[in-house]
Design a binder for this molecule. Structure first.
Ligand code: FO1
Length: 325
């Protein structure tokens, strides 16, 4: 069996880690391969280094090196380099880059500078984190540099665009977002293997990632949405909301910016043209009605630890085998 998942950062990475745990501990499913297509709209160049937060969160989480409390960055991290940069007055300081993490960005930037594509670089980084041995393939959604920007009020009656990370990390999504603009997305091509991974999958999963700035950005890569509509595989999504709120992150602020209510039903509506099954938390079951052909199921969605997350993944796979694709 082959599973393809579209993922953002923390929620996507934790879900895929649970999925892999379920596959590895279930007789007959160990050989299942998983392709993860990662959002790259969060990418940013800082201190001359290319930083790919969602790709790195997936690498570290699946490779066993993540700072579990934060959900991103490396465990046992130090911040001596950024401290030294601060002493030089080098900005920004609102985005914490640890010393071990910086090595990833140096390696990536060096290889990109030598002419490697982001896919090739990601494959090299994934090898260091042991992903192939776990039958995990990690693909950036595109090799074209894309960056999500957030249009906010400029305080003088006009508007200005800031990088997504500045809005998310520096301002904690507290500046009302007028809209998201993804520089480069309309001209981007899906990275090698991405469309095939959707088309040849036996199951496609949408982990509980941000529906606007993670999954929504991947869906904006030309060809991805059509591949999802055309795949013969069942497509099953896991709601990122519990009781209408994101467990972490700012999905509610993102949904508000695009005029979509923060409800599990409204999020399913964003995927209605290709989704077959939608898994919501029991807290949202009563208010989530079947939408068109999308069948709704409920089960606990709190990813409190790896075994609990594995049970959510198992439920998603059971749904995949029960819904008509
Ligand atoms: N998130 C934060 O809230 N604060 C940070 O300083 C921060 C630094 C950071 C560095 C590398 C990295 O890969 C991720 C980092 N994140 C940080 C997380 C991240 O930028 C966001 O959670 C995502 O981009 C949204 O999915």
């Amino acid at each position: 069996m082959h599973i393809t998942a579209l993922a953002g950062g923390v929620g996507g990475a934790r879900f895929v880690r649970g999925l892999r745990h379920h596959l590895d501990t279930t007789p007959g499913l160990e050989d299942t391969t998983v392709t993860v297509v990662a959002n790259t709209g969060d990418d940013i160049t800082l201190f001359g280094l290319r930083v790919c937060p969602d790709v790195d969160t997936l690498l570290y989480t699946l490779g066993g090196g993540v700072h579990d409390g934060q959900g991103w960055g490396r465990a046992d991290e130090s911040h001596r380099v950024q401290g030294e940069l601060a002493a030089y007055g080098v900005q920004p300081q609102w985005f914490a880059l640890g010393d071990l993490d910086i090595a990833t960005h140096v390696a990536r930037s060096q290889w990109l500078g030598q002419g490697a594509t982001l896919s090739e670089v990601t494959t090299r980084l994934a090898a260091r984190w042991g992903l192939p041995e776990q039958r995990l393939e990690l693909l950036p959604m595109t090799d074209t540099p894309v960056e999500t920007h957030v249009v906010v009020d400029d305080g003088e009656g006009g508007e200005r665009a800031i990088h997504f990370q500045e809005w998310w990390v520096r301002h904690q999504a507290s500046l009302p977002a007028r809209r998201f603009v993804v520089a480069g997305l309309d001209r981007a091509a899906a990275a090698p293997g991405v469309l095939e991974a959707v088309r040849r999958a036996d199951v496609v999963l949408l982990p509980p990632s941000n529906p606007v700035v993670s999954i929504g950005i991947i869906l904006g890569v030309p060809g991805v949405r059509d591949a999802l509509r055309g795949t013969s595989a069942p497509v099953v999504g896991v709601s990122p909301l519990i009781s209408g709120r994101p467990v972490r992150g700012h999905a509610d602020a993102c949904l508000e910016a695009i005029g979509v209510p923060a409800t599990a039903g409204a999020v399913a509506g964003l995927y209605e043209d290709f989704l077959d099954g939608w898994l919501v938390d029991p807290a949202d079951a009563a208010t989530t009605l079947r939408r068109g052909r999308v069948e709704v199921f409920d089960g606990p969605l709190l990813m409190s630890d790896v075994p609990a997350t594995a049970r959510i993944a198992e439920h998603a796979l059971r749904i995949a085998s029960s819904v008509p694709a």
